[in-house]
Design a protein around this ligand. Sequence first.
Ligand code: NAP
Ligand code: F7E
Length: 343
Amino acid sequence: MSKTALITGIAGQDGSYLTELLLENGYDVHGIDRRSSLFNRRRIEEARENARRRGQVFELYYGDMSDSSNLYRRIISCKPTEIYNFASQSHVAISFEEPEHTTDVNANGTLRLLEAARHFAADGCRFYQASTSEMFGDAPHSPQTENTPFHPRSPYGVAKLYAYWIVRNYREHYGLHACNGILYNHESPRRGENFVTRKITYSLARIKKGLQDTLMLGNLDNRRDWGFAGDYVRAMWLMLNQDAADDYVIATGQTHTVREFVEKACETAGIGIAWEGEGAGEKGRDTRTGKTIVEVSKKFFRPAEKTVLCGDAKKAREKLGWKPEIDFDGLVELMMKCDLDSV
Ligand code: NAP
Ligand code: F7E
């Protein structure tokens, strides 16, 4: 039987990598993308062109997670065998500015999609939910596993926790093959420019080319478990290809600070950086020109994080045979080089 995937949030970072993986594996791909005043499908343009040349099915539709009838129509028309739910207001800091919107899209949107899938998807349709390490928040220990208690600390994390539980309920109550991938931060040259990794590589490329003076950042000593998005979409696909649905932590198990990310990106770009001062007064100077290229701004500070979010992906390694291929240094180099080439 031919496999048909429906991806919400297809034009985002993960949507674009998963689209490529599924097309390479012979899937028909259908994607939901919300309307914006400017065209924003650049991450999937190449995949679309390749699919067209190979004569593969790759269809895009406008739709929004707040619009149930749209989700129903899409599922009725394309009868997916796999659904990947990526659409989300995905910025943690912005979720404090837009808590109600974030909840409607990330929590209620997931419920709307599950209901549409339950009634109208192909028999045996499988469902992937983009869950997140942000559900752990103030976790009681580190690293976290699938059994670590949740304690989200943002409207984003709380909304995603509702989605996690409603997905589990549809699995346990209706027998839907539905999985939660509890993913830690994953990045790539396609990452949005207001997440810290891409903000750093994009700004340093612009600074290097004389197009920008300084990069403003928040807490330099915050740590994240950063992996490569291309590796992480492979884990999602593996989850939906298991006989039994389950939930999995996907992570590298290693953390680095924002400061280390800046230092590695500078090294790749051939910029020498020296730190001076501390807290909000800290600055990074270009050792060659003496100019300040990094400044700390209260605007980007977040409340101190008590527990380091670091994932233990033992279950995914053992049950899915998954492991990341690109490490921290490889990831920073990839992102920095792409931005140097494209800026
Ligand atoms: P992303 O680049 O922000 O992509 C999210 C996509 O959802 C975008 O295409 C966005 O469209 C779309 N979207 C937003 N609101 C929508 C709405 N109301 N209706 C329909 N589409 C909407 O995020 P990502 O990095 O690919 O992440 C994919 C998923 O994994 C998200 O659910 C995210 O929360 C989750 N996640 C990500 C990470 C990570 O580190 N990347 C970790 C754990 C979980 P616009 O471009 O128009 O905003
Ligand atoms: O922040 C610190 C900030 O916004 C990472 C999303 O994909 O991963 C992502 O959420 C860290 C935080 O990602 C700046 O305080 C310092 O400690 O890149 P971020 P995030 O909040 O971890 C999770 C797993 C998701 O699920 C989300 O969808 O970097 N930081 N200075 C900064 N962060 C930003 N954005 N900007 C700064 O200037």
